[in-house]
Design a protein around this ligand. Structure first.
Ligand code: ADE
Length: 237
């Protein structure tokens, strides 16, 4: 997969992209992540990408020209037709199903703009899907783009070692869209808290049953809003 990110702050991506699973996925060629600075497409030598708002008011508004020019340049850098995503709080809410859907693409372009002051023609004129990472406002799309990249890349085949498998992640199909079951490791007793006996029993079928039950109980307790689509029969009374 190739992921291009258009941003005014490429330096914000340095640490997350050069650590842990995202670093390894790039090193072994599972994903190619390319950052392009929108400011390189500024029309003048002052590298200005924003201007005063028409109609007056505080702050500066990001001009559409550099964003469009940058996107047109990046689109031509690689052959597959990309899925273009604009990170904005007005977008469709990002979730695990969306991450799974995006992980099947061969090419994504993520556009991270400043939150305040985005010329409306960027939203209207770009043939882009709008995606939000939640109902809150952050200062720009950079952290949102990193969340999308992280959630998508961990789903790419080979990105995780077997021991880190995403199969039973919370919200994934294998747990019916609910929460992941509890996990334990050594020691068997820690500050008086014991590992459940069932996990030490070696009965794989029973462990599987226990985990399913735990997923249901935890989801009911902590995220009942997730239950209806998972266990529709239980909730139709
Ligand atoms: N930019 C600012 N807030 C955002 C959000 N919640 N999701 C995506 N992009 C954003």
């Amino acid at each position: 997969m190739r992921i291009d990110v258009l941003t005014l702050f490429p330096e914000m991506f340095e640490s997350p992209l050069s650590s842990s699973i995202l670093k390894r996925a790039q090193d072994v060629g599972i994903v190619d992540i390319v950052l392009t600075n929108i400011r390189d497409f500024a029309p003048d030598s002052f590298r200005k990408v924003d201007d005063k708002p028409y109609g007056g008011g505080p702050g500066m508004v990001m001009m559409p020209g550099p964003v469009f020019d940058c996107l047109e340049h990046v689109e031509k850098l690689a052959p597959p037709k990309p899925r273009i995503i604009l990170l904005t709080p007005q977008g469709q809410r990002f979730d695990q199903a969306k991450a799974a859907e995006l992980s099947k693409q061969t090419r994504l372009i993520l556009i991270a703009g400043k939150y305040e002051g985005f010329d409306e023609r960027i939203r209207i004129g770009l043939d882009a899907e709008q995606v939000s990472i939640g109902d809150y406002v952050i200062n720009g799309g950079e952290l949102a783009a990193m969340v999308v990249i992280d959630a998508v890349v961990r789903l790419l085949p080979g990105a995780l070692g077997d021991q880190d498998s995403a199969r039973d992640d919370s919200f994934s199909e294998s747990v019916g869209g609910g929460l992941e079951y509890p996990q334990y490791t050594r020691p068997e007793t820690f500050r008086g808290m014991k590992v459940p006996d069932i996990l030490l029993s070696g009965h794989h079928a029973e462990i599987e049953k226990w985990r399913k039950q735990q997923t249901l109980e935890r989801t009911k307790r902590y995220r009942p809003d997730l239950l209806r689509p998972i266990y529709p029969k239980e909730n139709t009374t």
